[in-house]
Design a protein around this ligand. Sequence first.
Ligand code: PLP
Length: 399
Amino acid sequence: MINNTMKNYGNNRSVIRDLFEFGNQRKAVVGAENVFDFSLGNPNVPAPAKVNATIRELLDTKNDIYLHGYTSAQGDAACREAVVKDLNKRFGTSFRKENLYMTCGAAASLKIVLTALYTPGDEVVVFTPYFPEYRVFIETTGASVRECPCDPDTFQIDLIALENAVTEQTKSVIINSPNNPSGVVYTEDTVRQVASFLKQKEEDYGHPIYLITDEPYRELVYDGICVPFVTKYYTDTIVCYSYSKSLALPGDRIGYILVPDEIADSADVYAAVCGAGRALGYVCAPSLMQHVIEQCTGLVSDLNEYREKRDLIYNALTDLGFTCIHPDGAFYLFMKSPIADAGAFSAKAKEFDLLLVPADSFGTPGFVRIAYCVATDMIRRSLPAFAKLAECYAEELKK
Ligand code: PLP
C-alpha cells in the first residue's frame, strides 16, 4: 500500500507554500503589482555577474560529456579542492577535499547528515525558531526533535534552556546562523558558551554530540558583523552549506557537507555520509553547477541591495509601531504579531494582499516572518498596505 507518513507530508503543504500559491491565485485576479508576497526565501538580488559568465563560458568551451556527465559520487575532485582552498584561505583552516561531499543544496546536506547519524531513539535539539523542514528531515530517520526556546527578546541561544533540552539520548544539536526566520546572528560569545557546554556533556555522557551547523546564509550579514566559523570553537562540528542564497542559485541545487578530520569517528561519519547519499539517491550533485562553483568560490550577491531592503522595511514597520527583531543577517524580518494568534494576524494581512508567514511552524507562535528578498520597489509599494494593517491594531500597537 502507500506510506502514510509520506502521504501526509504530501497532503499537508507547508504554510509558506500555501501562502505562495494563494499569492499566485490573487495575482491572477487583482494583478501581480497589487499582491505583496513576502512568503518565500527566493533571493531577488541576482548572482554576481561572474556566475552567469562562467556558465556561458563553460557551455561554449566545455560543452562535452565532462560538463554534463556524472561526477564522483561525493563530487568532482577539482570542485572540492577549490571549495576547501577557499575555506582555508578565509578561516585559517586546513581542510582537504576528502572532507567535503557535494550536495543538491542545504536541504540535501541536512537530510544526508541526519540519515548518516541517527537511529531510532536518538534525540536532536533544535532552537526555536527553526526552519520547519528540520522536523521532516529528523523524524523520517526515526529520531525525535527536542525544541529548545531561544531568548524571547534577543533570539540568541538561551543556555539554561539548552541545559534542560540536552539529555543522554542527544546525538546532535542543529544551529542555523544567520537564522531563518529571526535574522539573528549568534554571537561569538554564544557560540563559545554552547561549545563549552556541549563539550562538558560529551564528557558526562561518554559519547559525541555533533553540532550540525546549517549555514545557507553564512555570507549574508550586514554592518560588518562576523559569523563565527563554528568548527574553530567546537571540535565535533559538521557543516551543511548551500549556494542557494549566497549566490542566488536556489533552483540550481548546489551545496556541500564538510566533515572535518578532527570530529569523533570522522572516517566513519564520512563513510556514513557517502552511504546516506547513496541510500537517498542523492549521489552526484549537478555537474554543471559543480564546475561553476569551482570557479566562483568566495563570491556573494550584492549585500548592499539586501541591506537597503532590510533598512527600508525594518524602519518603516517599526515606525508604524510594530515590534521587529533587528536582522543582522539573512533576508528575513521577524515581527511580533500584535495579537497572540499570528495565524489570525496573517489572515487579516491577506485582506490587504500582504502575505506574511505565521511563525507557528517555526516553533515560535506569536510572530510572523517577512521575507524581504523581494524587489525594493515592491517593499515601497507595500507600505500603505502595512499602514492599513497597523490601523486595524491601533489599540494593541499602543501597548
Ligand atoms: N536551511 C535553512 C535555514 C533554509 O532557510 C533553507 C532554505 O530556505 C534550507 C536549509 C534549504 O536550502 P536549499 O535550498 O539550499 O536546500
